[in-house]
Design a protein around this ligand. Structure first.
Ligand SMILES: NC(=O)c1ccc[n+]([C@@H]2O[C@H](COP(=O)([O-])OP(=O)(O)OC[C@H]3O[C@@H](n4cnc5c(N)ncnc54)[C@H](O)[C@@H]3O)[C@@H](O)[C@H]2O)c1
Length: 471
């Protein structure tokens, strides 16, 4: 389906209606999401042939400065903008959002940073297409999930690289759409998985590659974050992010935990996800929260949530490794992405960061089974990117600094003409657990095959995420 038709299809369903309220724009979700309403026409094992060659190992074209446009300047887009304004030789040329006030605020942030005023686009939900027709190098996309793919396709078809927020895609059809379009247009579609750039994650990646944990056999990944307040507020994500909970039962947000573990396991650079099984618990927390928070008569009280509070999946890789993958955004609990990796010589486990290395003795010479101190490895393994940018990254603050490091690194790759750390195949495979978990849950945990989005090109290491070496 062409981008135009696709966008119009979404519009026809009346996904979003804009209305001005009290001077500030308020976007009201008029229809529940989106892609989950579209039939997922692909079956998992279906690997279509392509007339085009792979995007694995394809570098960006080098350039002196990066010309950039952003679609969506809500909570996330505004934060990305602040980071990008702090990176040298990046010109923010265009801003798009449904809400004119948000565009104006972002334009002011750009001029306050000493740059020329960027073009603004806020004439309806398809105005983003006009932004993608400008002279730009890359388009950042930080909109609700159902808009990611139509916007990324428009950017690539108009000759721009796309950088898409998480999850990049919500159906297998969308996964293939970004892969096919990236290959056909020779433009990258990068998923903005900031967690791959965390201080801890980058240290652990270096340790994995140095063999500290031996042969890697198992990883654990999750998004465990109490979002009940955010999901039910009358602004920001509360206007759209709760609706998938009424339509889908599975892992709605797989990439924050999975991205770093995929890097530890060299997924698409020597291994790939093969199949997964998934089960969901019953639903209780979101409905209980809504009943406690909103008075009788509030329309939210009539909503029926079908997404189980805790979704648990296990992914098996071609090389026989396993990954535990969990999703829970509604239970009261401390934050965790699990972020664990283990092998024949030891284990790293996060929240809090701990390590156990086989045979390492305590100071008094005794062996025991206690966790050892992860910080003791910092001097040797702190990542060069964090050594270089960590002070500013921490000052910028976005998610402990990982946001700035990600943005700095992506802009650096664009300027220097490097292969991006994360490519369209990663965007597709890290997002695919949403439809695959949904299918597995619906079939009592039956195994679901991952499509090979690389079309057989996962075995080598042509563009092994370079950030460990190309700094
Ligand atoms: N990587 C992270 O740590 C992280 C953190 C938060 C959010 N996110 C992701 O970022 C994305 C945006 O989330 P958010 O928290 O900013 O949500 P938000 O609701 O605060 O912002 C979304 C913005 O998109 C705009 N928008 C919607 N449809 C549009 C259209 N057709 N054209 C132009 N603008 C449109 C809205 O007006 C809004 O300003 C989501 O995909 C979310 O999952 C990622």
């Amino acid at each position: 389906m062409a981008t135009d038709e696709r966008s119009q299809e979404i519009s026809r369903r009346g996904f979003l209606k804009s209305t001005a309220m009290g001077g500030a724009g308020l976007v009201i979700a008029a229809d529940v999401l989106s892609s989950s309403l579209r039939a997922d026409t692909r079956v998992a094992a279906d690997t279509p042939k392509s007339a085009h060659s792979t995007m694995m190992g394809v570098p960006f074209e080098a350039r002196e400065r990066v010309r950039l446009g952003i679609i969506g300047v809500g909570g996330r887009g505004s934060s990305l903008l602040q980071d990008l304004l702090a990176v040298e030789k990046v010109d923010v040329k265009a801003i798009c959002d449904l809400v004119p006030e948000k565009v104006a605020k972002a334009q002011k942030a750009v001029t306050d940073a000493g740059q020329a005023e960027p073009r603004g686009f806020s004439k309806g939900e398809l105005d983003f297409k006009n932004l993608t027709e400008l002279d730009l190098d890359i388009v950042y996309i930080a909109t609700p999930w159902n808009w990611h793919v139509p916007m990324a396709l428009a950017a690539m078809k108009n000759g721009k690289h796309a950088a898409v927020e998480v999850p990049a895609c919500t159906t297998l059809q969308e996964c293939w759409d970004v892969v096919d379009t990236s290959e056909a247009t020779r433009k990258h579609c990068v998923i903005l998985e900031n967690c791959c750039y965390g201080d801890t994650e980058m240290m652990v990646l270096g340790m994995v590659r140095d063999g500290v944990f031996g042969e890697i056999t198992h990883g654990e990944a999750a998004y465990l974050h109490d979002l009940r307040a955010i999901l039910t507020e009358n602004e920001g994500e509360g206007l759209w992010r709760r609706f998938p909970h009424m339509k889908r039962n599975g892992n709605l947000y797989p990439t924050h935990g999975l991205g770093p573990v995929a890097h530890y396991m060299d997924i698409h650079r020597g291994d790939r996800f093969d199949y997964m099984v998934s089960v969901s618990s019953s639903e209780a927390s979101l409905s209980a929260y809504v009943k406690a928070k909103f008075p009788d008569g509030d329309p939210k009280r009539a909503e029926k949530y079908i997404c189980g509070d805790m979704n648990t999946s296990i992914i098996k890789t071609q090389k026989g490794r396993t990954i535990l993958l969990q999703h829970d955004v509604v239970n009261p609990r401390p934050y965790s992405r699990l972020n664990s990796i283990s092998g024949s010589k030891g284990i790293f486990s996060d929240y809090p960061a701990r390590i156990f290395i086989d045979g390492k003795k305590k100071a008094d010479g005794s062996d025991d089974e206690d966790w050892q101190n992860f910080e003791a490895f910092r001097e040797k393994y702190e990542h060069p990117l964090w050594k270089k940018t960590g002070e500013l990254a921490r000052k910028m603050g976005g998610h402990g600094g990982m946001d700035y490091v990600m943005n700095y690194r992506l802009m650096d790759c664009l300027k220097r003409g490097l292969v991006p750390d994360i490519n369209v195949y990663d965007a597709a495979a890290w997002s695919a657990p949403t439809p695959l978990s949904e299918a597995s849950v619906a079939q009592n945990g039956a195994s679901q095959k991952f499509p090979d989005f690389t079309r057989g090109k996962w075995g080598g290491q042509p563009d092994r995420p370079g950030f460990a070496v190309q700094t």
